[in-house]
Design a protein around this ligand. Structure first.
Ligand SMILES: C[S@@+](CC[C@H](N)C(=O)[O-])C[C@H]1O[C@@H](n2cnc3c(N)ncnc32)[C@H](O)[C@@H]1O
Length: 629
């Protein structure tokens, strides 16, 4: 019984899916790798022989899997036994650059007379798997790859054979570890929810800060090690390689705590579903729906959810419990009530967005429901002394969870925006526009950005211009303009969300800041205005990049490097593990794919915007490495 192609592909896909999910949930964890211990153990005494050091295999003995002095595996493998176990013959090739892709490896294998082989390689692996049809082919390829070098690196080839059962066990074990069966979980539902939303809650706050600080150091060390690898084997300036030799050759300041530890989230999205007892409930979905979780728990005990948001969730729950319409069921795709999103700002403004599925509802019924929702929330918030500025609804018939920004929102009460106040400024925020979720801690972050920028302003030079990349509603630029006054000549914001750009323009006027311009569009396509910029005469250019959690596309980094007018870059990241590739791409040596003088890191500081959760904001200052020109 051997694995057929379809079975293999499905299992592979399953493993990659788990790996991807894991990486996106906990980015510091490596993708799934079949551990050596799980590889086929032919017999205990020869299991190590499956790891083959090619340099130790003589070409005449290329049919042997054993390293010199080891047992001859070929004579001990029982073909029948292997067949029955459904063995899949693979090679694991190590010591290859993670930048080498599967296509290059296939060409390399063909060049070494190995034929046309199937290769599995992920972009962040420094190894790959090669799939073979038989043990004979495996031995043949191993012999042919003896002493072979790929991109100047001596590759290490290891036989990596697994049975179908072993692979299935591995997939099951990984799945169980990542997503424990809800029925087998010993934790109370409250603990499960806390572990999901605020996984650090068992630590004291100083322990949390220590863990986050260590995480930052680890991420930055990884970034430097990987960057250093790219500078070896190249004739780079001695200074660069020397600088990269020392561990963290730039200042990393002590992490700054959040001024508020609980109830700090100013935006919360609640699922409308059913609790353990099958009652209509508004709160957080326990676990992930795709892993069999379909239970919603109220947010009452959540540490980071704001008090107003909790009250609105309870109010919405009462409303849906009294409604003859059912909650939307993600499994059967039936029902109407889907989610409620609450934005509740420190200045008191509140926005509520209710999302429903229109299935089975007539236009007339939807109209009635809007009237009834308005009446209910206006009365409720008046009694609860909540300043409801905006009530919106979204009719959404798709399958994704969450507010869908491509579907229109209808304002059924008040105005389609709210305001927030920070650093002596007032900001208008539209429903789809981003605003930092912890306003008080965001203020600390912006003040830090201001300090860094102030240090970059030289008295003997004209004031710099500030490019606020991914500017959202213009908060950073406008707040810094207030703080730095005429130390900054001009602020140019670039943002892809149209609503946010409109807010940014409005906010500049609202705060009486006249030296701003906003560009609607992607950063990578809108830096051309700097192409003829003369830094000497016109002053330095400081860019601040505050991208979404996963960082930016490599084209943004390419455009940034290519735009030589930019002297300094402040990168604000809320997940430094996910942004590591951006940091590497900013600093890697000049090449055709990475044109422009590289940047180098100069200093960094973490600011905790998310107490009890794993994320932490990191501000890194990069300078254009002019010594490399
Ligand atoms: C984390 S938010 C930061 C917003 C703003 N700096 C703030 O602090 O309020 C990231 C923003 O980047 C925008 N964005 C994402 N990719 C972009 C791109 N390629 N070009 C311009 N803006 C982008 C998103 O629309 C979002 O508003």
């Amino acid at each position: 019984m051997s694995l057929n192609v379809k079975e293999e592909t499905d299992i592979d896909r399953e493993i990659s899916t788990i790996a991807k999910t894991k990486v996106s949930n906990e980015s510091e964890i490596d993708p799934v790798v079949l551990p050596t211990a799980k590889r086929l153990k032919i017999s205990p005494e020869i299991s190590e022989a499956t790891e083959v050091n090619l340099s130790e295999i003589s070409s005449t003995a290329s049919n042997s899997l054993a390293p010199s002095g080891g047992s001859d595996v070929t004579s001990t493998i029982n073909d029948l036994d292997c067949e029955e176990r459904g063995i899949r013959y693979r090679l694991r090739i190590e010591n290859i650059s993670k930048y080498v892709n599967a296509k290059t490896i296939k060409k390399f294998l063909a060049k070494n007379d190995c034929g046309k082989l199937q290769v599995k390689k992920s972009s962040n692996w420094d190894y790959c798997y090669v799939h073979l049809n038989s043990r004979e082919q495996q031995l043949d390829v191993i012999g042919k790859l003896k002493d072979a070098k790929l991109k100047n690196k001596l590759i290490i080839v290891k036989a990596d054979n697994t049975t179908e059962q072993e692979r299935q066990d591995l997939v099951d074990a990984r799945r169980k570890k990542l997503f424990p069966d809800p029925k087998e979980d010993q934790r109370s539902p409250e603990e499960m929810l806390a572990d999901q939303i605020t996984p650090l809650y068992r630590l004291t706050y100083s322990e949390q800060l220590k863990a986050k600080g260590d995480g930052i150091i680890n991420a930055l060390s990884r970034f430097l090690v990987k960057t250093k690898e790219l500078y070896t084997d190249r004739s780079q300036p001695k200074r660069v390689t020397e600088e990269l030799e020392s561990n963290l050759p730039f200042e990393v300041h002590t992490i700054i705590s959040s001024p508020i530890l609980e109830g700090y989230r100013n935006k919360c999205e609640f699922t409308i579903g059913k609790n353990h007892e099958g009652e209509k409930t508004v709160g957080y979905l326990l676990g992930a729906f795709k892993n069999g979780f379909n239970v919603v728990m109220g947010p009452e005990k959540s540490l980071n959810t704001g008090e107003v948001s909790k009250k609105i969730a309870v109010a919405m729950q009462e409303y849906v419990r009294g409604s003859d319409l059912d909650v939307y069921d993600r499994a059967t795709k039936q029902g109407n009530w889907r989610l409620v999103c609450v934005r509740s700002q420190t200045c008191g403004d509140v926005m509520v967005i209710v999302q429903f599925h229109p299935q089975g509802l007539t236009e007339e019924r939807i109209k009635q429901e809007k009237v009834s929702l308005t009446e209910y929330f206006v009365n409720y918030t008046r009694e609860a002394q909540i300043d409801l500025k905006s009530l919106l609804v979204q009719s959404y018939d798709g399958v994704s969870n969450g507010l869908f920004d491509k579907h229109p929102l209808e304002c059924i009460f008040g105005v389609p925006y709210i305001h927030e106040e920070m650093m002596g400024c007032r900001f208008r925020i539209s429903p789809h526009a981003f605003f930092q979720t912890n306003t008080l801690a965001a203020q600390v972050l912006y003040e830090k950005c201001g300090e860094y920028i102030k240090d970059l302003c030289h008295h003997d030079k004209p004031p710099p211009i500030l490019i606020d990349m991914c500017c959202g509603t213009g908060t950073i630029g406008i707040a810094l303009s207030k703080v730095l006054g005429n130390k900054i000549k001009e602020i140019i914001g670039i943002e892809i969300c149209e609503e946010a750009v409109e807010d940014a323009k409005y906010n500049a006027t609202l705060n009486e800041i006249s030296n701003t311009q906003y560009i609607l569009g992607p950063v990578e396509k809108n830096l051309y205005f700097l192409s003829n910029y003369n830094n000497r005469e016109a002053g330095t250019v400081i860019a601040i990049l505050d991208p979404p959690r996963a960082g930016v596309h490599k084209n943004v980094i390419k455009a940034l490097r290519q735009c030589q007018a930019i002297d300094y870059l402040l990168y604000v990241s809320c997940d430094c593990n996910l942004a590591t590739q951006n940091f590497i791409d900013l600093c890697k040596p000049l090449s055709r794919s990475h044109p422009g003088t590289p940047f180098k890191p100069v200093r960094a500081v973490g600011i905790d915007l998310f107490p009890h959760a794993k994320q932490v904001e990191l501000l890194i200052e990069f300078h254009r490495d002019t010594d490399q020109n």
